[in-house]
Design a protein around this ligand. Sequence first.
Ligand SMILES: [Zn+2]
Ligand SMILES: [Zn+2]
Length: 90
Amino acid sequence: MPELCMNCGGSWTPPDLIGADVRREVARLVRNDRPMAAIKQLRQAGEMSLGDAKAVMEHVTRSPGKCHRCSAQLERSRSCPNCHALNYDW
Ligand SMILES: [Zn+2]
Ligand SMILES: [Zn+2]
């Protein structure tokens, strides 16, 4: 089952193979404005294609608990209650 984002219409392979420590590192890189390093981590740890890794990176929250797209507060679900974007709140 691919991941689907109801905001941008994107779909990609879910990052299921990635452990908690890698998720933390990817989130740290994204929040430090190092998207290429985040993509590299995802590709190495999860054996992801460039396209899938880029899609995952783009959906990591820039601030914990806030939608990467519209900054609305996320609730329990990964999809934003405001814009319906999928978020990885890592
Ligand atoms: Zn999206
Ligand atoms: Zn949103």
